[in-house]
Design a protein around this ligand. Structure first.
Ligand SMILES: [Zn+2]
Ligand SMILES: [Zn+2]
Length: 437
């Protein structure tokens, strides 16, 4: 088979690996599945399945023997790496395993989004089109389209047979009508796409997630070095469910070190009007690292500072309220459970004093806020589990099995996260209905 390749070509700029393999197979008149299977690892018993095509851009090495391809078409390993998210994953993790994929979980599309004009000009599919929320072609200033203009089917990557042709009705995809984006949408896409392009390129930098978290905190902290400023705590609280995650990552105390998600990083960078490029070039002073990793600075110190105010002055209630709030924010930032008892212990005061300061309601409010933050974290975890479960491509999934995998009752989940139960419902319906063949 390999000797039979009469036409050889190189990957084009920004082309996805599947697109490249399709072009090679097409120009040699070999069906794509037969073609890919000719690069099957020696000793692998089973054929490479179409469902595995979605992993080609993540771990080509796991799917087929990349060296065989390199030898038969005479391209370099770097050529193949550029067609995948290899460099992006390498920036954040040294290991090549499924766990490190979590950073991208739910963000790589399995259905084709494309610019018909790009297809007409270049006849290949771009890797960037696989990224969720990449919705505009900046070269042609049009929205990407996601279905065949003739049969209206949404096109799954794994069903593709020819570049620029619909696999279902075999008509050309180049004739799609596209919509014009708004100025705001285009501006956002410029920023958004440049983040991905930056990450997809090789820059020899590896930043483990704890270091990355530290850099984000430093940026959030207004680049002050010696202390966690009030701004930081406030900014952290503005990120639902984010505060603890970042702190835990920065301190290296997170049990699962791979749970920082790309969408979370992008959201923060967008809020901060920053970029991965800036984050990659930030230099963290040692003193800031210390300030962060000194876990749970004794809050007594804080209290002592406050009580050092000369006793001659009449301390106003307002000051006391601020003090209580400060401690409550620390509880949230350090992921310590807020209870009246814990607050009393931390402040070294009695229930009566708290009541006298009028702080019971404030404590209740923060307790509620903490609960919401924790719930959101839990849901984020469930969300990633659900996405992972459906990404396995298991056939005949049913609701009972899904919820038993998640270890949660449907009604209970529905109460706190109806979006997740709706998502599960839709996915199950999709798999029952069967995707277009
Ligand atoms: Zn285009
Ligand atoms: Zn079609």
């Amino acid at each position: 088979m390999l000797e039979q390749l009469t036409v050889r070509c190189r990957p084009k700029n920004g082309e996805s690996l599947l697109s490249y393999l399709l072009r090679l197979a097409n120009s040699n008149a070999i069906p794509i599945n037969t073609f890919i299977n000719s690069f099957k690892y020696k000793g692998r018993e089973y054929w490479i399945q179409k469902a595995e095509y979605d992993l080609l851009c993540l771990f080509p090495n796991r799917i087929f023997d990349v060296d065989k391809l390199i030898m038969s078409v005479r391209i370099s390993k770097e050529d193949v790496e550029k067609c995948s998210f290899h460099h992006l994953l390498k920036h954040f993790s040294r290991k090549e395993n499924l766990a490190n994929l979590r950073i991208l979980s739910g963000f790589i599309r399995d259905t084709l989004h494309f610019c018909p004009m790009c297809l007409k000009e270049n006849k290949y599919y771009k890797l960037l089109w696989k990224v969720k929320d990449v919705d505009i072609c900046l070269a042609h200033e049009c929205k990407l389209t996601n279905c065949c203009p003739h049969c209206n089917n949404i096109i799954f990557y794994k069903h593709l047979k020819k570049t620029a042709l619909c696999p279902y009705c075999t008509k050309t995809l180049e004739e799609s009508i596209t919509a014009v984006p708004t100025l705001g949408e285009t501006q956002f896409q410029h920023w958004y796409q440049s983040q991905w392009i930056f990450l997809m390129e090789e820059n020899k930098q590896y930043i483990p997630l704890d270091e990355l978290s530290l850099r984000i905190l430093y940026t959030l902290n207004g680049e002050r070095i010696d202390e966690l400023s009030k701004d930081l705590i406030k900014n952290l609280l503005d990120l639902p469910g984010g505060a603890e995650k970042l702190l835990q990552h920065a301190r290296g105390t997170l049990i699962n070190s791979e749970t920082l998600h790309i969408s979370f990083l992008l959201k923060i960078l967008n809020v901060l009007n920053s970029s991965f490029e800036q984050l990659f070039s930030v230099d963290i002073p040692e003193s800031f690292h210390k300030a962060i990793t000194e876990k749970n600075k004794p809050s007594r110190q804080v209290v002592a500072g406050e009580t050092d105010i000369p006793k001659t002055g009449i301390k106003r209630k307002e000051e006391k309220i601020n003090l209580v709030k400060k401690v409550l924010k620390e509880f949230i930032a350090n992921n310590e459970q807020i209870t009246l008892k814990n607050v009393k212990v931390k402040l070294g005061v009695s229930s009566g004093t708290i009541r006298y300061w009028g702080c019971n309601d404030i404590i209740a409010q923060y307790k509620k806020l903490q609960k919401e933050i924790q719930q959101e974290q839990k849901n984020a975890l469930i969300r990633s589990q659900v996405e992972e479960l459906f990404s396995r491509g298991i056939e005949n999934l049913d609701a009972q099995y899904v919820y038993s995998c998640l270890g949660i009752n449907r009604t209970i989940l529905w109460r706190t996260a109806p979006d997740i139960t709706a998502y599960i419902h839709d996915e199950l319906k999709k798999s029952k209905r069967g995707e277009p063949k």
